[in-house]
Write a protein that binds this ligand. Structure first.
Ligand SMILES: Nc1ncnc2c1ncn2[C@@H]1O[C@H](COP(=O)(O)OP(=O)(O)OP(=O)(O)O)[C@@H](O)[C@H]1O
Ligand SMILES: [Mg+2]
Length: 413
């Protein structure tokens, strides 16, 4: 497309030069022909300027539009990418000419079938969701639509135009909503059950206590009764967690120093780290803004992450905690959208299999014999209530990195 622009502009420029030369050479003769040439030249110059304006207008439109535009020829090679597309993929304009369009797709088989649809069958594709891959290998979801490009003269198809939009934000939001929905349903359910179980448990406990006292301390029946009391206490503890999960108290947000929160939780965990042969490293960024959160809820989140990291390293290892300020840009306009504090907690444990990465945030998903599977779902819920979020990266056998994002402004909620 840009080539077409350029060649037309070039032709117009040559014409301009030609007439300009003609005008200068004949300017002094004063013959009627000269006057005719001059008026023709002026008319052409005017037309040229009008055309130039139209070119510039269209070029500006294409380059400044926030959607990504990619055109390909009949050989499925890229002929043009606009600025938004280049920025999204991390390519330079010149490097993209002639590149196969399939290299933009994360899944090459899917790319082949799309190329077949748009080029061979010449069918349009509308609002299709696929994954693209950037130059540096980052995969991101997009929604795209295609249309056929016709030769300027005649009706022959010259290629295809892809118009796409990065839908990472929408996709994340959709996943979050699905997760919240599941949590809410489960929350209501467990609140009801927990409530119903608590009352009879209280009755069993007091009866068992009476029994325990009615036998002499060494009697095996007293020991059995005491065991009943202990097991009931354990169940009550579990029910308390259900309640927390079902109805987390509304966050009492205020300004807090994120380092102090982390140091506080570390102090609690330090004896356990030592016992399990786990070293602890911290790398806190300087002069970070304060976070606007419920301190005890964020402490609970960090505690859950530390406990999981310890569980993932039965033979010891290390936990590294980092803090940083993250500037979040709007992908299409490249302007600063918001700031968050990101706390990353990395361990050197067994890691998480890729197919389990989404599941670990689901309530009751656990891979542990003695796990309940609520730690991460409660954490993700608490973070959402505080205007934050959580993500995970992991390589099996090498460890896991959990990142939590905390708000530094009040407005986000
Ligand atoms: N740092 C980690 N390394 C490896 N796997 C992890 C890590 N953190 C969580 N997981 C996986 O995610 C699962 C869910 O974690 P979650 O904290 O929700 O529940 P849990 O630890 O199993 O039980 P609990 O309710 O007692 O916390 C874990 O069972 C484990 O398989
Ligand atoms: Mg846990």
């Amino acid at each position: 497309m840009s080539k077409q622009f350029d060649s037309k502009k070039e032709a117009a420029l040559t014409l301009k030069k030609f007439y300009s030369a003609l005008g200068n050479n004949t300017g002094n003769t004063g013959t009627p022909e000269t006057i005719d040439y001059k008026s023709k030249y002026n008319l052409l110059l005017k037309r040229f300027r009008e055309l130039e304006k139209v070119f510039d207008f269209h070029r500006g439109l294409i380059q400044n539009i926030s959607s990504g535009l990619v055109t390909i020829n009949m050989q499925a090679e890229i002929t043009f990418m606009n600025r938004a597309a280049l920025r999204t993929f991390g390519y330079e304009y010149l490097g993209t000419q002639g590149m196969p369009v399939s290299s933009l797709f994360a899944d090459r088989n899917e790319a082949a079938s799309i190329v077949d649809t748009v080029l061979k069958q010449q069918k349009m594709v509308e609002s299709k969701e696929v994954h693209f891959i950037t130059k540096s290998g980052e995969v991101f979801p997009v929604g795209f639509t295609t249309s056929l490009l016709k030769e300027p003269e005649g009706n022959q198809v010259a290629g295809v135009l892809f118009v796409f939009k990065d839908i990472s934000d929408t996709t994340n939001l959709r996943h979050q909503i699905e997760r919240m929905d599941r949590l809410a349903t489960l929350g209501e359910l467990s609140a009801g059950i927990a409530h119903e179980i608590r009352n009879p448990l209280a009755g069993i406990k007091s009866s068992a206590q009476v029994l325990e006292e009615s036998f002499s301390p060494g009697d095996f029946r007293a020991q059995l009764a005491s065991r009943i009391v202990k097991e009931i206490d354990r169940s009550n503890e579990l029910l308390k967690r259900f309640f927390n999960f079902a109805r987390p108290s509304k966050p009492l947000q205020d300004w807090h120093n994120v380092e102090m929160i982390l140091d506080g939780v570390y102090l609690l965990m330090a004896p356990r780290f030592k016992k399990k042969n786990i070293s602890f490293k911290k790398d806190f960024a300087e002069s970070l803004p304060q976070v606007y959160v419920d301190e005890s809820q964020i402490e609970q989140v960090i505690l859950n992450l530390f406990l999981n990291a310890v569980d993932a390293m039965p033979d010891g290892g290390s936990i590294s905690v980092k803090t940083a300020l993250q500037n979040i840009h709007d992908a299409s306009t490249d302007t600063l959208k918001e700031q968050k504090i990101v706390v990353t907690i990395a361990d050197t444990g067994r890691g998480i299999p890729p197919e389990k990465k989404e599941k670990i945030f689901n309530p009751f998903y656990t891979s542990k014999n003695d796990g309940v599977g609520l730690g991460l779902s409660i954490s993700s819920r608490l973070l959402e209530e505080n205007g934050g979020s959580i993500t995970v990266e992991s390589e099996l056998g090498k460890g896991a990195i959990f990142s939590i994002f905390l708000p530094v402004t009040k407005e986000i909620l």
